[in-house]
Design a protein around this ligand. Structure first.
Ligand code: FES
Length: 136
């Protein structure tokens, strides 16, 4: 597949001008992790209000697809409850970044896997508010 086909305009735009990049400090929750095979990583910091995500930011280093997808995810989850975020599917990401990203699913889904894994662990054990080493 040509790079041109894989990296559509949505991905390129989100990579060049990522939304919600940075770190919330102090944050209510912080979840970070990375892709074992390439070492790329992403960290989310979140503020919650009434069990909903009031604000979320991300930092990371990695390929354009992983960072674009991690950034677009922040817009999807703002205003959602933890349960709603845990119910998101890979297809919800592909609906936004395009079906061609399925060819590199680990890159495309790095962000959502880190975020959902962190939230699931936090939901099981509310004392876990900072998780640094989610691996995919
Ligand atoms: Fe590492 Fe894409 S090459 S996440």
């Amino acid at each position: 597949m040509e790079a041109k086909e894989l990296y559509n305009e949505t991905i390129l735009k989100a990579y060049k001008n990522p939304l919600n990049k940075g770190k919330i400090d102090p944050a209510d929750l912080e979840f970070g992790g990375g892709n074992r095979s390439c070492g790329d990583s992403v960290t989310y910091t979140l503020k919650l209000k009434n069990n909903k995500v009031e604000d979320i930011k991300f930092e990371g280093h990695g390929c354009s697809l992983s960072l674009a997808s991690a950034s677009l995810l922040t817009e999807i989850v703002k205003g959602k409850t933890i349960e709603e975020i845990l119910n998101l599917k890979a297809q919800d990401i592909y609906d936004i970044i395009g079906e061609t990203a399925k060819a590199r699913s680990k890159c495309a889904l790095l962000g959502i896997i880190v975020l959902q894994t962190g939230l699931a662990r936090h939901q099981k054990n509310p004392k876990e508010t900072k998780i640094e080493n989610v691996k995919i």
